[in-house]
Design a protein around this ligand. Structure first.
Ligand code: UD1
Ligand code: UDP
Length: 378
């Protein structure tokens, strides 16, 4: 029996953890014991709790309740809390997802006391070190023992940074890298049918299939920069009016706070009064994947949502200057516009008219979590 300590904290990590927990429960219940630690980075009901029951994730064994804060303050509290748990639990591995401050804290805490790190979603790079996530990923990758990049690009990035294809025994100085696909694809496949049965979101919002767009915005460079946020809201106002299209916009709490603080600005007030824009609270994952499945196009700066757009064969306007998911761009199904009003409108005009086509399969076979478990058990 091996013991894992899984660190979750931000919304996408809770969702990713569902796939590994499910694989452990269904396929390896007698071989893997998983202890779940929630740092409390996200804490609103609809940013955290909503996912546990719906996605069948066991209740966390520990919750550090760290909450929001400046990067250093938040990360330091997490490092300290995670260290204590690792000392007490003595796991064989720590599982870290993605690139948030919870990931960074887990990496620093574990590596210093020699708990081997398993980094899921390793190797992704935006090549923009102004993003806090880029720093978090690089640090986490370089102190991991097992790295699981979700794409070939992630794998190649690691090789470029000096990682080598090695053989076991794997250690922090001889890490193993394995491209077994994207754990989020496991989740989309698994929950897509369940969402059809359980989610009433289209009815609740009174929207019809294919007659709406879906949008999310939460990156700091879009929310904390007035010009950028206004550019995005202005483009939503224009598109909804020009095409008479509804836009469903589940608003991240960070973004909501800033939009409210900008009321009085012409475009913000137009946005707030716009009857075609459904500004709603963050939704559950089942609601979200149903919205993604039935939207005609998705506008987002989220890493997870741009990929799910691809899983559901939806064109995507990526409200960023670069992406870690370059494969999506290479297929021509998505366009990078940053927050530029002109670029968003031009890209929308061309992408919206594109005929629906199948998108090539590039994120694995939907069994990534099982492959990861098998590798750790070797
Ligand atoms: C974090 C991650 C980002 C990830 C995103 C997923 C870092 C550096 N960033 O960004 O990579 O894409 O999560 O959503 O780790 N807030 C609430 N309630 C909550 C959570 C947050 O009101 O439950 C508000 C607080 O005002 C907080 C702000 O949102 O200060 C930002 O939260 P934080 O977790 O620091 O960063 P995110 O923008 O959510
Ligand atoms: N998501 C959700 N409800 C929402 C918005 C997003 O369940 O209201 C899901 C989305 O389907 C994806 C994940 O959250 O699986 C992406 O998280 P987020 O956009 O917060 O972060 P990122 O992926 O950019 O790190």
């Amino acid at each position: 029996m091996i013991k894992l300590v899984t660190i979750i904290g931000a919304r996408p990590q809770i969702i990713k953890a569902a796939a590994l927990s499910r694989a452990i429960r269904q396929k390896f219940p007698d071989e893997i014991n998983e202890i779940i630690v929630h740092t409390g980075q996200h804490y609103d009901e609809n940013m955290s709790n909503v996912f546990f029951e719906e996605l069948e994730i066991p209740k966390p064994d520990y919750n550090l309740n760290i909450g929001s804060g400046k990067h250093g303050e938040q990360s330091a509290k997490m490092i300290s809390g995670i260290e204590e748990i690792l000392i007490a639990e003595k796991p064989d591995f720590i599982i870290l997802y993605g690139d948030t401050n919870s990931t960074l804290a887990g990496a620093v805490a574990a590596s210093k006391i020699h708990v081997p790190i398993v980094h899921i979603e390793a190797g992704l790079r935006s090549f923009n070190k102004k993003m806090p996530e880029e720093i978090n990923r690089i640090i986490c990758d370089h102190c991991s023992t097992y790295l699981f990049p979700p794409t070939q690009t992630g794998f190649t990035n690691l090789i470029t940074e000096g990682f080598k294809k090695t053989s076991s025994p794997y250690t922090i100085d001889n890490p193993g890298i394995f491209n077994y696909g994207d754990i989020m694809y496991d989740n989309t496949l698994y929950f897509s049918e369940i969402a059809e049965k359980k989610s009433n979101i289209l009815k609740t919002l009174n929207i019809d299939e294919k007659e709406f767009l879906l949008a999310t915005v939460h990156r700091d460079y879009n929310t904390d920069n007035e010009e950028a946020l206004i550019g995005i809201l202005k483009s939503f106002n224009y598109i909804s009016a020009e095409y008479n299209l509804k836009i469903v916009f589940p608003v991240h709490p960070r973004t909501l706070k800033i939009i409210k603080s900008l009321s009085g600005h012409k475009e913000v007030d137009l946005f707030l009064k716009n009857q075609l824009i459904h500004r709603i609270e963050p939704v559950s994952f089942l609601d979200m994947i149903l919205l993604e499945k039935y939207a005609s196009l998705i506008l987002t700066d989220s890493g997870g949502v741009q990929k799910e757009a691809y899983f559901f064969n939806k064109p995507c306007i990526i409200l960023r200057t670069e992406t870690e998911w370059v494969e999506i761009m290479e297929t021509g199904k998505a366009v990078l516009t940053a927050s530029s009003y002109e670029k968003i409108i031009t890209s929308f005009n061309s992408l919206y008219k594109q005929k629906e086509t199948e998108f090539p399969k590039i994120f694995g076979d939907g069994n990534t979590a099982e492959l990861i478990c098998k590798e750790l058990l070797k």
